[in-house]
Design a binder for this molecule. Structure first.
Ligand SMILES: [Zn+2]
Ligand SMILES: [Zn+2]
Length: 140
């Protein structure tokens, strides 16, 4: 048996206080109450998200750049529920990967497949936005 205590300790130190400059995100992420969960509707996806309102909105608008439809952010569980059964049962835990959004961070409470998908969308959206910003700069 390896000495579990030592490795456990350093692991906890690393995870327990991720430095999120945005206090509102930090407190939303540490509250762990159902009411702090919002829902992103993007194409066929319904994804539970945790973060502060500002950064959730930024996240939503950036993801919205990757779809012809509009990305929508709900502050309550959508009437139709979450259509992916795997996402539906993902519990919140502090080790959930965070997606950095400017000076904040958003947690996506989805199954690994959909988590990968939304992270990919977000990256694509960021690139799209950078291109848009770049072309606007050139015009001015
Ligand atoms: Zn924030
Ligand atoms: Zn899923």
């Amino acid at each position: 048996m390896p000495p579990a205590d030592a490795s456990q300790q350093s692991h906890d130190d690393f995870q327990s206080h991720p430095s999120i400059p945005c206090d509102a995100c930090e407190s939303a992420l540490s509250s762990q109450h159902d009411h702090s969960i919002s829902f992103l509707l993007l194409d066929q996806l319904t994804l539970p998200l945790v973060g502060c309102d500002d950064h959730l909105e930024q996240f939503t608008s950036i993801c919205g750049l990757t779809t012809e439809d509009t990305a929508e952010l709900l502050s309550h569980r959508p009437a139709g529920g979450i259509n992916c059964p795997s996402c539906h049962f993902v519990p919140y835990n502090p080790q959930h990967p965070l997606i950095p959004v400017q000076n904040g961070a958003v947690a996506v409470l989805a199954c690994p497949d959909h988590q990968d998908e939304i992270i990919e969308r977000f990256r694509t959206g960021l690139e799209t936005r950078q291109k848009l910003t770049a072309s606007t700069d050139t015009l001015q």
